[in-house]
Write a protein of this length. Structure first.
Length: 374
């Protein structure tokens, strides 16, 4: 059985190293890193993709509660809050923590051993209840706690199952698959993808299916500032296409995927030279910045029928109205199906208002986009 990947976050070097030493005695848990503040934790989350995180409250630059409130709605990780502030349990739970554990008053060997056992048990419970990232990567089918994560549906698939041997979803008839994008007839086509909870893994699976000469792709994934740059760098290493975080004025071209920057709205524009994007700060739209609705609406206005839009797993309804505008402008629209969504929220809302022309399982979306472009 694969070990639970744990990130330990605490501003005390001594405490996190002592805790890590005791936790390493549990053969089911692997500590993939330790961090002293929220910003270091953010970097390690993107780089190492931990299954569970332990988190202190009192830390420099940003306290643990503020970090949870900023992180969890957009990048869910089961989190155990561990703090000497024993009165902070309710605040931790309200921020989305799976559990709260008070630090021991004494640090004798026996006390730390007992404390570590309590922490390890909590880590295992949190992992079994809410390991969204593991589900999306195909590592297991642990049912999350829907009371802690609203609208969460249990997927009934493993992401690395191929279409020929998976029968969990039969939403649409099979589409022809192209091995190259060279047959694309439209020189000014644009592909737009939007996602939220569970989208980091879903988007990676879709983008990995794009060939090197893919028409330009623009993406909005709900993420805090700072995460999107590291996420785009990770995709750039793992995909055939070039992937980068959006910079205001970036020109679109074949083989380029642009990821909307955190806290910046991404919009498609066009001038005599062709397509480009703007990336600018602004008020939240549909509860988010960047907003999928903002991006899809700009694509509907600028690219019109020369576009394909796909809305993937995510909580809420951001993107539904924008996808409908794309469809009404003549674009082809796709929605990820319920069976392969981590959270069937955004695609469901888009489908309910008639914005989705084709529902499909995640593993087929890249092939469908390529087939529609030919």
């Amino acid at each position: 059985m694969r070990k639970i990947k744990l990130l330990v976050v605490d501003d005390s070097i001594l405490f996190r190293e002592v805790l890590a030493r005791y936790i390493r005695q549990d053969e089911q848990i692997e500590i993939i890193g330790t961090a002293g503040d929220a910003y270091s934790a953010r970097d390690m989350i993107v780089k190492y993709e931990p299954d569970v995180m332990t988190l202190d409250i009192e830390m420099p630059r940003m306290d643990g509660i503020a970090f949870l409130k900023k992180l969890l709605p957009q990048y869910y990780i089961p989190t155990i809050v561990i703090s000497s502030r024993s009165d902070s349990g309710s605040s931790a739970k309200e921020a989305g923590a799976a559990e709260f554990i008070a630090k021991p008053l004494t640090r004798t060997n026996s006390e730390m051993q007992k404390f570590a056992e309590t922490v390890c048990s909590a880590i295992k419970r949190a992992h079994s209840k809410g390991n969204i990232s593991r589900i999306a990567r195909g590592g297991g089918l642990n049912k999350p706690d829907v009371a802690d994560i609203p609208e969460l549906n249990r997927p009934s698939y493993i992401s690395n199952i191929s279409p020929k041997n998976d029968r969990s979803s039969q939403s649409e008839p099979a589409q022809p698959i192209m091995s190259s994008a060279r047959a694309f007839r439209k020189s000014d086509i644009v592909v737009a993808l939007g996602a939220s909870t569970g989208g980091t893994e879903a988007l990676e699976q879709v983008i990995k299916g794009f060939p090197e000469d893919m028409p330009p792709v623009i993406v909005v994934q709900h993420m805090p500032a700072g995460f999107t740059k590291m996420y785009s760098e990770r995709l750039n290493r793992n995909c055939k296409v070039e992937v980068k975080e959006a910079v205001d004025g970036d020109r679109l071209r074949r083989g380029l995927v642009i990821i909307g920057a955190g806290e910046h709205h991404l919009r498609l524009c066009k001038d005599a030279k062709g397509y480009y994007v703007t990336s600018r700060q602004g008020e939240k739209v549909s509860g988010h910045c960047p907003s999928v609705d903002v991006m899809f609406t700009s694509v509907a206005e600028v690219a019109k029928e020369n576009a394909i839009g796909a809305i993937l797993t995510g909580m809420g309804r951001d993107g539904a109205d924008g996808l409908l505008k794309m469809k009404n402008a003549g674009a082809y629209t796709i929605g990820q199906d319920k069976e392969t969504c981590v959270v069937y929220g955004m695609p469901m809302e888009a489908y309910k208002i008639g914005a989705v022309m084709q529902q499909a399982p995640l593993y087929r979306i890249a092939d469908i986009i390529i087939s529609k472009l030919s």
